[in-house]
Design a protein around this ligand. Sequence first.
Ligand code: G3P
Ligand code: MG
Length: 238
Amino acid sequence: MGAGNSDFLVIGHRGARGHAPENTLLALDTGILLGAHWVEFDVQLHPEGALLVFHDLTLDRTTNGKGPLQQCDFATLRGLDAGQGQQIPTLEEALDLIEQRVGVNIELKTAEGTGEAVAGVLRQYLDAGWPAERFLVSSFHLPELWEFHQAAPEIPIGVLLGGVPLDWAGCATELQAAAVNLSSEFVDPRLVADAKAHDCKVYVYTVNDPAEMRALRALGVDGVFTDYPDRALKFSRT
Ligand code: G3P
Ligand code: MG
């Protein structure tokens, strides 16, 4: 993964959700302008075929809509307010806004074809000149992540972990992953060491407390997902 010369990657979580409505173009732009090296956002495959940048299964928390996203038609979704007048973006709109200014971590939230659909879109951006290592595709859904990897083997993938597996970072090596993206609640030094022994980067989510950032850096963690990229930059030498 290319991060310039930074030794501690600052990844804007859902863009920069501490500063702007999460997973909107405004949040992505804000994360970039604050100096994040990478931005992370969530993607769901909608039944009408669009790849939407959205975290929850339901619309209620972050928009003026109600109910499950998957049961709402695309035209209605696009008319919703995702905060400060922002629209729910598509994957293509997010990438066009980012324009290679930073690395892009796309988290697959849905399964059943999401990996293949994302691979199809990213192939167009690779063909247009985006370097594969400026992408990191991740998921908690490891079979879907494997589907993605088979469809686009040149794009690095990251295994999302919300716990400590019995075989430590074994699933990451099995999937040929470039990174383990680990919950801050489960940062076990043995897991970090095992990932690094297998040449996997370790990024921890979601870290907003500077003291925790400092401790993670001391442990050898390679970067953090944060709602406040501005808080993390001082821990990074560029
Ligand atoms: O990808 C890191 C982090 O975003 C995973 O959790 O729930 O914020 O998508 P969540
Ligand atoms: Mg996410």
